[in-house]
Ligand binder design. Structure first.
Ligand code: TIU
Length: 235
């Protein structure tokens, strides 16, 4: 049995690592760069850049081991028909969803600001889930794709911790997925909210799941890969 050293206790990896996927939530310019949606909501977007190196390292490891990778982007169709009026009108930001900003129309699919930052852009073969809500399961193909690929375990990362990342992890947990949030691969505009989220998902014996730092995930993966290659019959 292989596992990741995690809180509140070890996270068991599936014997077949094809059942494991990395989920990267909304690492898009709209949240990480000035002039996007995050900025328009009054946030200091520079805070989120801190996780990029660790997340790139984790992404590279999943690519190296040829494990499943899912990227999401929060976005709306250009006619905003998939954006409820409540979401459109919420807040007193300088720019609303659909308005023309410095990086194109805010949170609209296909606009420059809506795309993933260059360091973490998906490669061919990796799945992109466009999502109109905070959670990645709402109004998307995510669950069907996970089922189709027999995925049962999710390593969850991205921004922002207490909004789209936590919502997705809760949705996944309710659907029966074993989820681990990577502590240094998720960030919030509010440090206290990130800390609270990490504590609340792993409280009560892992009521929503597990948390662990990147180093522990990489160690667990390396051990699991070593074990699975031992099992390959020699010729
Ligand atoms: N505002 C904020 O913290 N987050 C979002 O609107 N979307 C995501 O978290 N991706």
């Amino acid at each position: 049995m292989t596992f990741i050293l995690a809180l509140p206790y070890n996270y068991e990896l599936p014997t077949d690592l094809k059942q494991l996927a990395l989920v990267i939530i909304d690492m898009q310019r709209d949240f990480l760069e000035p002039g996007g949606f995050g900025d328009a909501l009054g946030n200091d977007v520079s805070r989120l850049q801190a996780i990029v190196p660790a997340l790139k390292q984790l992404l590279d490891a999943f690519r190296f081991y040829q494990l499943s990778i899912f990227h999401t982007i929060e976005c709306h169709q250009s006619d905003l028909s998939d954006c409820p009026p409540t979401k459109l009108n919420r807040g007193n930001g300088t720019l609303k969803i659909g308005d023309e900003g410095p990086m194109g129309r805010v949170l609209v699919r296909g606009e420059p600001g809506n795309w993933i930052i260059p360091e973490l852009e998906p490669l061919p073969g990796e799945v992109l889930i466009p999502k109109p809500g905070k959670g990645a399961f709402y109004s998307t193909d995510l669950q069907a794709l996970l089922q189709e690929q027999g995925i049962t375990h999710l390593i969850i990362t991205g921004v922002t911790t207490e909004v789209c990342v936590q919502t997705t992890m809760r949705e996944a947990n309710d659907r029966g997925y074993e989820c681990l949030m990577v502590e240094d691969c998720t960030e919030s505009y509010f440090p206290a909210f990130k800390q609270a989220t990490l504590e609340m998902v792993r409280a009560q014996g892992g009521i929503v799941g597990w948390t662990a730092p990147t180093a522990a995930v990489l160690e667990g993966l390396a051990a699991a890969i070593a074990v699975s290659s031992d099992k390959v019959p020699s010729v």
